[in-house]
Design a binder for this molecule. Structure first.
Ligand code: CP
Ligand code: NVA
Length: 304
């Protein structure tokens, strides 16, 4: 049994399979061809943090594949009253076929997975957001082909998305440029682990964006860090992705953002809504990529 707790749970070859299945599943969906290999399968989604895209894409995706889903928000469940995550895992995983969790520390999802009888998917933790980067790289494949050998510039907070992009750079062999303000840089141990040629860190965001094939960013304050919002607005003020920054990237560079976006903070309105932005495709591709992911975790390598 496999879990998807971080990108490194899968090999490059497994990602190639997922990208191909995403293409096939998306194409069928666009042609209104029903594809229901997961009839009678049940997905449980555990949310300890807010969500729009993750909830809708998993719920719609599971329904379209023939299955059904249940949403468990911390506040409405015994988790909110202190039931240990191990006990929740043992109970829920006896009743459903697959689980997605959005929570705080990565250790929480690891503890859940260790006690689960069914595959567990990371729907975002403090450390990683693998479903988003899966959809983002598929979006690159759709627009520009394979990401191997390309340069992705990460501008802003060294958060869960940045950590996941770094794992992707190593797995799929591309370069990640990271520019973060002082005090918000990648953890040194994480940066030190990065393979040679896959990570370059910058203090100047313009230098990081120079010549990049993809420029990407995220909110300055992630869920769980709300107390730091005002301090972060000051620290990140020179890290807005705007037209001047996009102008130093390659002329055909894509702009990516996992959303939700704060216009005028991490990205200017004109870049977010401009011709290089593929943010709505990234959001849409969550649906298709996660259908491929659930198919793989439950049925293995389907080829038809
Ligand atoms: N990008 C993303 O995961 O969005 P939600 O927080 O709305 O799920
Ligand atoms: N880094 C953001 C991503 C939201 C989808 C957060 O964790 O809040």
């Amino acid at each position: 049994m496999k879990h998807f707790l971080q990108l490194t749970d899968f090999t490059a070859e497994e990602f190639a399979h997922l990208f191909e299945r995403t293409r096939v599943i998306k194409e069928r969906f666009k042609k209104y061809e029903p594809y229901q290999p997961l009839v009678d399968r049940m997905l449980a989604m555990v949310f300890e943090k807010s969500s729009t895209r993750t909830r809708v894409s998993f719920e719609a995706g599971m329904f379209q594949l023939g299955g059904a889903s249940i949403v468990l928000n911390t506040g409405d469940t015994q988790l909110g009253r202190g039931e240990p995550i191990e006990d929740v895992s043992r109970v829920v995983s006896r009743m459903v076929d697959i689980v997605m969790i959005r929570t705080f520390e990565q250790t929480i999802i690891e503890r859940f997975a260790a006690h689960s009888r069914v595959p567990v998917i990371n729907g975002l933790t403090n450390e990683y957001h693998p479903c988003q980067v899966l959809a983002d790289i598929y979006t690159h494949v759709e627009h520009r082909g394979p990401i191997r050998g390309k340069t992705v510039a990460w501008i802003g907070d060294s958060n869960n998305m940045c950590n996941t992009w770094l794992q992707a750079a190593e797995l799929l062999d591309f370069r990640l440029h990271v520019a973060s303000p002082a005090g918000y840089e990648l953890e040194p141990a994480r940066a030190a682990r990065a393979g040679k040629g896959h990570l370059e860190m910058f203090t100047d965001p313009m230098q990081a964006a120079r010549g990049a094939d993809v420029v990407t960013t995220d909110v300055w304050t992630s869920m769980g860090w709300e107390d730091e919002t005002e301090a972060r607005k000051d620290a990140f003020s020179a890290f807005t992705v705007d037209a001047d920054m996009m102008a130093v990237a390659r002329p055909d560079a894509l702009f990516m953002h996992c959303l939700p976006a704060h216009r005028g903070e991490e990205v200017s309105e004109d870049v977010l809504e401009g011709p290089q932005s593929v943010v709505w495709d990234e959001a849409e591709n969550r649906l298709h990529a996660q259908k491929a992911l659930m198919e793989y975790l439950l049925l293995g390598k389907v080829t038809q």
